[in-house]
Design a protein around this ligand. Structure first.
Ligand SMILES: [Zn+2]
Length: 251
């Protein structure tokens, strides 16, 4: 059993190559974000005697929705929250949302932020003042520690605007990205800015965490503003050049 069940807590379950399935726990209930696969998530929830209330889907890729249908078989009352524009690619959604929609789960208000770029109709979920203090962002594959998602469907302008949109959130927003890419992203950033002290220091902290079996995430928007070159891009031309460079870069 979890010790502090009344608190607002978010746990990582690391699966596949580098996916992180985040589990938000409140009292005896849980919300799962982008379950790549079902079995480790189901086992984790059952071990802790938690009931699944909802699954939040940021986009349609298999490594984000792959475990959803099996989890819903085990907890048939759990809602599947996804973009209403993705009814074809996420057909098992049961609670369809649109840009700027607000809905409520586990005593919290959640806002939907549409962030095209990695895919068309990708959405992020933002919880303002969760537990009366922290701001929480689940950006899916849009914003990573030190990086951003690849442009698999959208344009550079769309991704630049999506990142700018997320970057208007408060600096103390904790960011729960869906992949453990931070070390690679920071090594790339350091190859472009070898004298950047913030990136150097962050890379050391991240490598320490990873060596001790801890995820590098969550990050915060204030940390990203200092060390994420994509967030520092001044215009779409800068952003496009950075994205192209990263796409071809091998560490
Ligand atoms: Zn993806």
């Amino acid at each position: 059993m979890l010790e502090k069940k009344s608190e607002f807590i978010i746990y990582p379950i690391t699966v596949l190559q580098d996916n992180i399935v985040w589990v938000w726990v409140h009292n005896c209930n849980a919300v799962v974000i982008d379950p790549s696969i079902s079995s480790p998530v189901e086992k984790w929830l059952l071990d802790k005697d938690l009931s699944l209330k909802a699954i939040l889907q940021t986009h349609h890729h298999d490594d984000h929705i792959g475990g959803t249908q099996k989890l819903i078989k085990r907890w048939p009352n759990a809602k599947v929250v996804a973009s209403k524009k993705e009814l074809k690619r996420i057909p098992f959604q049961t609670f369809s949302v649109d840009d700027n929609d607000i809905f409520y789960l586990m005593d919290s208000e959640i806002k939907v932020i549409e962030v095209h770029g990695h895919t068309n109709n990708h959405i992020a979920f933002y919880i303002s003042k969760a537990n009366a203090k922290d701001n929480i962002l689940f950006p899916g594959d849009t914003l990573f520690g030190g990086g951003c998602g690849r442009l698999l469907e959208g344009t550079p302008i769309q991704m630049f605007e999506s990142l700018n949109r997320l970057n208007t959130l408060p600096e103390n927003t904790r960011v729960y990205s869906a992949h453990e890419y931070t070390e690679n992203n920071l090594k790339w950033a350091l190859s472009l800015e070898p004298n950047n002290i913030y990136i150097t220091e962050r890379l050391q902290i991240v490598q320490n965490k990873l060596q001790n079996g801890m995820p590098s995430l969550p990050t915060t928007l204030s940390e990203e503003r200092k060390t994420n070159l994509f967030l520092k891009a001044k215009n779409v031309e800068d952003f496009t050049a950075l994205r192209r460079h990263k796409d071809c870069w091998k560490c």
